[in-house]
Design a protein around this ligand. Structure first.
Ligand code: PGA
Length: 272
C-alpha cells in the first residue's frame, strides 16, 4: 500500500526525505534523483544543504518545464532547479536534465528556423525518455501535488501510460502558478512533462503535500478511485510509494488513524 507519514511540519518532512536520499546516495553516489519544483519540495532541498558533499556525483531529472518562456526567464524550471537545487547542493549542472533543455541545440542541428524549432519541441519528450533510460531510470522521485490532482504537469485526463510530452496547463494550474510571475497572462499555456507512465517507472515515489488546500487532492490520490481524472491516484499502482504530509494536508484521509499507528510501530529496520 501507499505509506502515509504525517509529520509535524514541512521542515520535519524535509529532514525525513533528505535522510532517505542520503541513505540512497551512500549506497550509490551517482544515484538518479527525480527533481520536483514548486514550493513543496523546498524543505527537502534545504535539509540536504549541509550534506552537499555527498551529492557531488548525483544525477537529476526534473519532472517538467514550461514551454514558451523567453530563454533565461527566472521562472523557467531550468532556472528554478539551478537556483534551488544545483547551486545550493553543489550538483554538477551537466548531470541535471530538465525536459526540453536540448530543444535549442536540436533545432540548430536541424538547421534552425520555425519548422526546426517545432520539430525539436515535438521530439523533445522522446529524447528525454531516452536520456532517462540511458541513466538507468530514476531511483527516488520527489513529487508535489497540484490542487487539480496533477503530478508533474499531468493534468486530469492524462493517460496512466503517458510518457514525456507537451501538454496544455489547466486554467487552475495557471492561476495557482501566477504568484511566480509578474502577471497571470505571463504563465505559459503549455508545458513539457514526464508522463504518468514515466513517473511510475521510478523505483521509489515520494509525494509531499502541506496545507489544507491539498487535503482533497491527497485523499483522492491515496484513497480515492484510481482514475486519470485524478492523476496522482496513479501512485496507488506503484509498489513503493511514500506520501509525507502535514496534519492539514492529511485531514481528509479516512484511514488516518491506521497510518499513524503503522508509522508509530514501524520496525526500526524498515526504511521509508
Ligand atoms: P506547489 O505545487 O508545491 O507549489 O504547491 C505543487 C504542484 O503543482 O505540483
Amino acid at each position: 500500500m501507499t505509506e502515509v507519514i504525517v509529520v509535524g511540519s514541512p521542515r520535519e518532512a524535509g529532514e525525513l526525505v533528505a535522510g532517505a536520499i542520503l541513505r540512497l546516495v551512500s549506497d550509490r553516489p551517482d544515484a538518479v534523483l527525480g527533481l520536483a519544483t514548486g514550493s513543496t519540495p523546498l524543505p527537502v532541498y534545504e535539509a540536504l544543504r549541509p550534506h552537499a558533499r555527498a551529492l557531488a556525483r548525483v544525477r537529476g531529472f526534473a519532472l517538467d518545464e514550461y514551454v514558451g518562456l523567453p530563454a533565461g526567464h527566472t521562472e523557467s524550471y531550468r532556472a528554478v532547479i539551478d537556483r534551488e537545487v544545483v547551486g545550493p547542493l553543489g550538483l554538477d549542472p551537466a548531470r541535471v536534465r530538465v525536459p526540453g533543455d536540448d530543444i535549442a541545440a536540436e533545432s540548430a542541428r536541424l538547421g534552425g528556423g520555425p519548422a526546426a524549432d517545432e520539430l525539436a519541441l515535438a521530439t523533445a519528450g522522446d529524447r528525454y525518455e531516452q536520456a532517462l533510460a540511458a541513466a538507468g531510470g530514476v531511483d527516488l522521485q520527489l513529487l508535489g501535488i497540484g490542487a487539480t490532482g496533477h503530478i508533474g504537469f499531468n493534468e486530469p485526463g492524462s493517460s496512466f501510460a503517458s510518457l514525456t510530452r507537451v501538454k496544455t496547463l489547466t486554467e487552475r494550474t495557471r492561476r495557482d502558478n501566477a504568484r511566480f510571475f509578474a502577471s497571470p497572462d505571463e504563465v505559459p499555456q503549455h508545458c513539457i512533462t514526464q508522463g504518468l507512465g514515466t513517473i511510475l517507472r521510478a523505483r521509489h515515489l515520494v509525494l509531499l503535500a502541506f496545507g489544507a488546500a491539498k487535503s482533497d487532492a491527497v485523499a483522492g490520490a491515496v484513497e480515492g478511485a484510481v482514475t486519470s481524472s485524478l492523476p496522482a491516484s496513479a501512485i496507488q499502482l506503484h509498489p513503493h510509494a511514500t506520501v509525507v504530509v502535514d496534519a492539514a494536508a492529511a485531514s481528509r484521509l479516512r484511514f488516518l488513524d491506521y497510518y499513524r499507528q503503522a508509522w508509530a510501530h514501524k520496525p526500526a529496520w524498515q526504511q521509508i
